[in-house]
Write a protein that binds this ligand. Structure first.
Ligand SMILES: Cc1ncc(COP(=O)(O)O)c(C=O)c1O
Length: 308
């Protein structure tokens, strides 16, 4: 994602120019990974920019902070308003939104207790994460040699920056091997998730996706897509997914705020199904993209409009 270098960042309660939103090198989070973030998106719609899943994302930010014992000094309502105001103030029709809560500057030493929990909200323009072509043709994934963390090590359900060292290793290895992304297995060897997306398989008209017990981030897009699939009468099983199912699935796709609904063309160099976007993936992708872009009525109340 190319950063603009311009616009305004909400920084501990005030808007500051992009270039001035700086931290000291002795910031606790830089040393020990004590930060929580969210990835949110606003899409251009006929009624102006619409933020997708605003309530769910802000709720998850607070839940992640609760898990990691990082109390945010602003209320849920104040953070929600600051996010909306960030999109408004920067004038973007569509953008990515990155709230970041982190242990700031006070003292160094692993114990974070005396370091403030600072909050910043940055916004920037954002297109298709895997590129426009991938939306139609799919991405190439490889199973990673890096596992997701064991459940009693890092809290996978928290969108904690420290977890993203694992994600960075997964995607770094995958790109080096010529894949678009990696799929990490959980500590028991079952499918967990991609570096920044959840994984779905379609087999015989049924959908399978790893359960929250497989060290996944419980994706908001994952929840939306499960709902859309069930509304279509498809059975969705959240369960342990053995790796080998990736090689026999009719369709595989990934979901995420950035990834949206992206088909998977191959796993480990093995073609998925026919190797092109399958009918279930196509239907769910069209519906998801239709809703977020305002072309299909938002019957679930997923969109928050920025201009009243
Ligand atoms: C590790 C990981 N899993 C899954 C997801 C998908 O989550 P969401 O749909 O809430 O963006 C993300 C994206 O934030 C992620 O980073």
């Amino acid at each position: 994602m190319q950063l603009p270098g311009t616009g305004f960042i909400w920084f501990n309660g005030q808007f500051v120019p992009w270039a001035d939103a700086k931290v000291h090198v002795a910031t606790h989070a830089l040393h020990y990974g004590t930060a929580i973030f969210e990835g949110i998106r606003a899409y251009a719609t006929p009624k102006g920019p619409a933020i997708v899943g605003l309530k769910e994302h802000v709720d998850r930010l607070f839940q992640s902070c609760a898990i990691c014992e990082m109390p945010i000094k602003y209320s849920n309502a104040a953070v929600t308003e600051a996010i909306v105001e960030s999109v408004r103030k920067n004038g973007y029709e569509s953008c990515y939104i990155r709230p970041l809560a982190y242990r700031g500057y006070a003292q160094l030493g692993v114990d974070p207790t005396n370091c403030p929990v600072d909050l910043a909200i940055a916004t920037w323009p954002h297109g298709a994460h895997f590129g426009d072509e991938a939306r139609a043709k799919g991405v190439k994934l490889g199973v990673s040699s890096w596992r997701r963390m064991a459940p009693d090590t890092h809290p996978a359900r928290a969108k904690a920056s420290a977890n993203y060292l694992n994600s960075a290793l997964v995607i770094g290895e995958a790109r080096r091997h010529g894949y678009d992304d990696g799929i990490a297995l959980d500590v028991d060897g079952f499918v967990s998730e991609g570096s920044g997306n959840n994984v779905f398989l379609v087999m015989g008209g049924m959908i399978h996706t790893p359960s929250v017990g497989s060290s996944i981030l419980s994706g908001i897009t994952r929840g939306y897509v499960i709902r859309l699939a069930k509304e279509r009468g498809l059975e969705v099983r959240e369960e342990r997914v053995p790796r080998e199912m990736l090689y026999t699935a009719d369709e595989v796709f990934v979901t995420g705020t950035a990834a949206e609904v992206t088909p998977v063309a191959s796993v480990d160099g093995r073609k998925v199904g026919t190797g092109s976007r399958g009918p279930v993936t196509t239907a769910l992708q069209n519906e998801y993209l239709g809703i977020v872009s305002g072309k299909i009525p938002d019957r679930h109340g997923w969109l928050s409009f920025v201009r009243s």
